[in-house]
Design a protein around this ligand. Structure first.
Ligand code: GDP
Ligand code: MG
Length: 228
């Protein structure tokens, strides 16, 4: 079966739940007492999405200032970038621009798919960042937004990663097809945007194809110990 290797980096302030998101994606469990990440950790997760096996090379980062230059260098050649804030920590939302800048400094504006996760959605009663703000920000920076909870279940996190993966693969295939199709595709994007084909969860990159929110409903994920 076909194998695809994807580098994902997860960025955001200390305590927003980056490590819990990765652990949830890897094990399907929420681990309450995980130690705070120092520097950066590498975690490999193998998943089956739409009958394709993916090797996700996750880079979990610390979010602490003293590691910022290290973190920036770890973003190099990332294919998927997930910016995380906590809905109960307004400052972590305001810090997203900083993390985005870090990525751009190292990688420029293209070649990767961006996601924004509004984590700790289980604490919605104490939310300091309305979903509409999170969605608006994601739209502005061309990212896919999802409300996630590492505590509640795996669904929201799997949906986000599935969407980002599908988007990245589609964008990448498009790029490999040559300039004529690229031009046509740009034209197609514009038409799609004007018509407002896609929900506000989807970004501009998303609009190059079918509605991803729908397509991911059927996505099945298997755990890492599956054969491939
Ligand atoms: P990181 O610094 O971004 O890696 O954050 P961690 O993953 O270490 O999580 C920081 C704290 O937030 C821990 O106490 C977690 O138990 C808690 N946490 C993480 N995700 C969630 C979530 O979705 N909901 C709630 N209620 N707590 C969470
Ligand atoms: Mg951590």
């Amino acid at each position: 079966m076909e194998k695809n290797e994807i580098k994902i980096i997860i960025l955001g302030s200390v305590g927003v739940g980056k490590t819990c998101i990765i652990t949830r994606y890897k094990t399907g469990k929420f681990l309450e007492d995980i130690p705070s990440t120092q520097g950066s950790n590498y975690v490999q997760i193998i998943k089956n999405i739409n009958n394709k096996n993916y090797i996700f090379n996750f880079w979990d980062t610390a979010g602490q200032e003293k590691y910022n230059s290290l973190t920036q260098s770890f973003t190099k050649n990332s294919q998927i970038v997930i910016l995380v804030y906590s809905i109960v920590d307004k400052k972590s939302f305001e810090a997203l621009d900083f993390w985005l800048d870090l990525v751009k400094k190292e990688n420029g504006d293209t070649g990767y798919t961006l996601g924004v996760a509004g984590n700790k959605s289980d604490l919605y009663q104490d939310s300091k960042v309305p979903d509409i703000k999170g969605k608006g920000y994601a739209e502005k920076i061309g990212a896919i937004w999802k409300s996630t909870s590492a505590k509640e279940d795996s669904k929201s996190i799997e949906e986000l990663i599935n969407e980002l993966t599908e988007n990245y693969i589609r964008e990448n295939n498009t790029k490999n097809r040559g300039s004529t199709i690229k031009l046509n595709n740009k034209f197609f994007n514009k038409k799609q945007e004007k018509k407002g084909c896609c929900g506000s969860d989807n970004n501009k990159k998303n609009k190059s194809g079918s509605n991803m929110a729908q397509s991911t409903v059927t996505v099945a994920s298997k755990s890492e110990d599956e054969d491939f």
